[in-house]
Ligand binder design. Structure first.
Ligand SMILES: Cc1cc2nc3c(=O)[nH]c(=O)nc-3n(C[C@H](O)[C@H](O)[C@H](O)COP(=O)(O)O)c2cc1C
Length: 225
């Protein structure tokens, strides 16, 4: 089972036989918990940091077709210089492209792009042209050779500075050299209304829209009028 899905089932319904021992122990532990009246379960360490963005990362080898890989293991890691990370399994078709070129674009995803986001995460560029199949438009980036996805509201043009071989995934730490934004989300004052773009998140195996606005940064310490 892929790592980003591995905690979906919880420990109770494992697929692989080598989990059965842990599962037996966990079932016993569950019985103990029920007996003790506790409302918490303790599971073995795993990936349960949600929600996350599900981004479409575009990449391209010179002279070859561009590709897109959907990633949830991604994050902002530094403000100055602006830096991000993406973690990719070496067996992905995109991995070799990312490693050789050292360049990629992180494209934010929206409700309109949700189907393409999922498709680019379950089909390989080894077999299909994902831009063509999903009717997406590769556009020219300013700083990198990888294309932007024009249908995305924000494209982060990235150049890799380090690759950390962590285990199942290798983390590409990269500098954000430039950001392309869809000018439709700029209001008359020039403010970027990103939250009106219909951004989506990925949480525990499912995609969601953003939901209602709860407050602004710092609202908890602002004086009420
Ligand atoms: C929501 C979602 C999140 C994913 N996150 C990752 C990830 O963070 N790292 C990774 O290596 N693969 C991730 N994948 C799997 C790849 O996107 C998938 O294997 C894809 O088909 C690889 O494409 P490629 O062979 O063209 O490179 C994710 C898939 C989905 C649907």
């Amino acid at each position: 089972m892929p790592a980003w899905k591995s905690m979906l089932r919880g420990p109770q319904t494992p697929k692989r036989s080598h989990f059965s021992k842990k599962n037996e122990m966990s079932r016993e532990a569950r019985m103990e918990r029920i007996k003790s009246g506790s409302s918490r379960e303790h599971w073995r360490g795993g990936n349960m940091l949600y929600p996350l963005p599900a981004v479409m990362v575009s990449c391209q080898r010179p002279g070859e077709k561009p590709n897109i890989i959907t990633l949830a293991w991604t994050g902002t890691v530094c403000s100055s210089p602006a830096m991000v990370s993406i973690s990719v399994k070496p067996e992905r078709y995109s991995y070799g492209i990312l490693k050789e070129t050292g360049e990629f674009v992180i494209n934010l995803t929206t409700e309109k792009l949700a189907r393409a986001t999922d498709f680019c995460g379950v089909r390989s560029g080894r077999d299909v042209d994902k831009f063509a199949q999903m009717n997406l438009t590769p556009g020219k980036a300013v700083h990198v050779s990888a294309p932007i996805i024009e249908e995305s509201p924000v494209n982060l043009e990235c150049r890799t500075t380090q690759i950390l071989e962590l285990g199942s995934h290798h983390m590409f730490v990269a500098e954000v050299l430039g950001v392309d934004v869809d000018a439709r989300y700029l209001d008359e004052t020039g403010r970027f209304r990103l939250n009106q773009a219909g951004l989506i998140v990925y949480s525990h195996g499912e995609y969601f829209g953003l939901g209602k606005n709860i407050g602004k940064f710092g609202y908890s310490v602002k004086k009420r009028r």
